[in-house]
Design a protein around this ligand. Sequence first.
Ligand code: 3LM
Length: 336
Amino acid sequence: MALLEGAEDAVAFASGMAAVSAVLLTLLQQGDHLLVARGLYGCSHSLVTEQLPRFGIEFTEVDFSQLDQVVEAIRPNTRLVLLETPVNPHLQVFDLDRIALLARQHELLSVVDNTFMTPLLQRPLSHGIDVVLHSATKYLNGHGDVIAGVVCGQAELMARLRGEIRKDFGAVLSPHDAWLILRGLKTLAVRLERHCANALAVAQFLQAHPGVERVFYPGLAGHAGSELIGQQMAAGGGVVALELKGDYADALAFADGLKLFTLAVSLGDAESLVQHPASMTHSPYEPEARRRAGISDTLVRLAIGLEHVDDLLADLAQALEPNRVSSGAPPAGEVR
Ligand code: 3LM
């Protein structure tokens, strides 16, 4: 992973959250403050907003697309900035060159969660970011059967992660799981090609569908940050999010109505997965914080797998049939 990310060294952990917490517990101490993106994976959000304050570490949530706001939020005890790009679950994209420069100008360390892209689609260190981390549970493994994390960066910092936090907190990765991810990495390039091609086709299909209010996919023209494709991102990735026309129940009925997509959290697997962030991955968010993070009740997240694109589009089409979405009940006479 150090080679792929262009880093001096890398350290493996028992999960993505073990990697996120190890970085923050190594770089921060009591009295410190960090700037964190409003939209983050649910458990990363609760780690920063609920766990770290117990150790006297403060935070401010900011929108990293509004850099003047970010500068205003910097305090004398601010030590680092933490963000994901694209953001889980609505895929907002941030300009890493500009964020890395801002952090450097204010002597802040910059930490980017690159789980949704992998180093094959985006290399944050090459944009001046200090630390990059991954939930290897997702694309790096690619088969939904391992939980793991990895952090990449300067050798001195990686030595502290390995020699202090991982050793004493114990979030080590099992040798067998390390072997499984090494195996997954062999097929990462071809899997990402299919994930990205399928995701673009799904995003275009949904964008044209009358039952869909809005589609979020960095590979779609008009998506905020899509101009960074080709500069910062090699492609849009394998996750698509959408907002349905309707309400909370309609979003659940749509997710329930899919047959080929499995209703489950996680992403990056060979199989396509569907989930409802408000009640699943981002349920740790307080409703007000979730609203500020732009995660609505009708937002549905699709982790696009490696199946044949025609099968995926056919499944979406049947689940979006008007009467299925509105009543949630299957059409008359059809037994589930
Ligand atoms: C999910 N995400 O379905 P683990 N960083 C990012 C992530 O998306 C995740 C992690 C870190 C999901 C997990 S919900 C229980 C399933 C951007 C995880 C944490 O600890 O390896 O799961 O990674 O969005």
